[in-house]
Design a protein around this ligand. Structure first.
Ligand code: OGA
Ligand code: NI
Length: 358
């Protein structure tokens, strides 16, 4: 879908923010133009049809309330690969502080951000533009900051205060992800601690990804992030009051919209692998707009780097007989490296470990 003729990213452009802020910018350069009419393919779903999970009931509800939420989680993973989490207990103030902290990072001088550029896809701190400019033909209307925050916590040293807020935010979100994964384990008929133990979540990889999508003069020609699935188990996303995330549901793109105070949660490739395809990772993408700059923070939660993930053996035997494993085992570190080194392209990474169509 990228323009075949796009030229390389001009080396002086280190951020889309600088480009977007060029005085009098009324059109976007060919380097950032996509040829498909992306907006044609969007459908609307009835208000309230995206699943909503009340986290407080999962954690402290009565056994009856809890088992209902576990069922809802299972249904959301199966039908959507996506749900919103409410009553999660993270104070609104912390959500706005972390969003402000990320804005502060993107507002640093270009030279300062370059200090955190990173060289390798597995460097713990990387900032840049698009997704992977060394392999892309056209570039996304996006700047990013990607930081490994668990099992070892990293943070850029600027702007002041970001590190402290990020540590607190990362810990809070990680707890919620683990709580959700417990419920998801149970929804698969496994023990609550199954995923936690099998994938060694005590040392689980947690990656903080801040995305900046500046106001764009021709949003219909630009793309914030292309259709992709996330590599891990669960990603929890917040945003600054401006929407842009779309998920694919039953083959159609659906606008998620803005939901202040909720986490927008999507399932990743490793949940698909572990569940032997019962819970598919969801395709999603980010659109841009001409109304305002959007910041989102996606917190990705995966297995520990040295976990070799394959379908849970418990799920390969059922009353109906044996079910063949649909994915080969692969070390999470190798998967992560593969996904991050290539173009962001749908579920192409998962296809490499898929044995049969499921
Ligand atoms: C991501 C992602 C979507 C968004 O960072 O993996 O899908 O809306 N972000 O920013
Ligand atoms: Ni994503």
């Amino acid at each position: 879908m990228a323009a075949e003729t796009a030229s390389p990213l001009p080396s002086k452009i280190t951020s889309i923010k600088t480009l977007a802020e060029s005085p009098g910018l009324t059109s976007i350069p060919a380097t950032h133009t996509f040829t498909h009419d992306l907006h044609d393919q969007v459908t609307s779903v009835p208000e309230g049809s995206i699943p909503v999970i009340d986290y407080s009931l999962l954690i402290s509800g009565t056994p009856g309330q809890r088992s209902k939420i576990v069922q809802e989680l299972g249904r959301a993973c199966q039908d959507w690969g996506f749900f919103m989490v409410i009553n999660h207990g993270v104070p609104q103030k912390l959500l706005s502080s972390i969003l402000d902290g990320c804005k502060g990072f993107f507002d640093l001088a270009e030279e300062e951000k370059q200090e955190f550029k990173g060289n390798h896809v597995l460097d713990p701190i990387r900032s840049g533009t698009s997704f992977n400019v060394s392999v892309e033909k056209a570039f996304y209307w996006r700047d990013f900051l990607k930081v490994f925050v668990h099992p070892v916590f990293y943070s850029p040293t600027k702007p002041t205060g970001l590190s402290e807020i990020s540590l607190e935010y990362s810990q809070r979100v990680r707890e919620i992800a683990r709580g959700l994964l417990k419920g998801i384990s149970e929804s698969l008929g496994l023990e609550g601690s199954y995923i936690d133990k099998a994938l060694n979540l005590e040392l689980g990889k947690q990656i903080f990804i801040a995305n900046l999508y500046p106001t764009c003069p021709q949003p219909e020609l630009a793309m914030g992030m292309p259709p992709h699935s996330d590599h891990g188990l669960l990603t929890l996303l917040i945003q600054n009051g401006i929407g842009g995330l779309q998920i694919q549901h039953k083959g159609k793109w659906v606008n998620v919209g803005t939901h202040p105070n909720s986490f927008l949660v999507n399932t990743g490739d490793h949940l698909e692998i572990l569940s032997n395809g019962r819970y598919k990772s969801v395709l999603h993408r980010a659109m841009v707009n001409s109304m305002g700059t959007r910041i989102s923070i996606a917190m990705a939660h995966g297995p520990s780097l040295d976990s070799v993930v394959s379908p849970a053996p418990e799920l390969l035997v059922s009353s109906k007989g044996n079910e063949p494993a649909a994915y080969i085992g692969m070390k999470y570190k190798d998967y992560l490296e593969l996904q991050q080194s290539n173009k962001l392209d749908g579920k192409s990474c998962l296809d490499r470990v898929r044995i049969s169509a499921v």
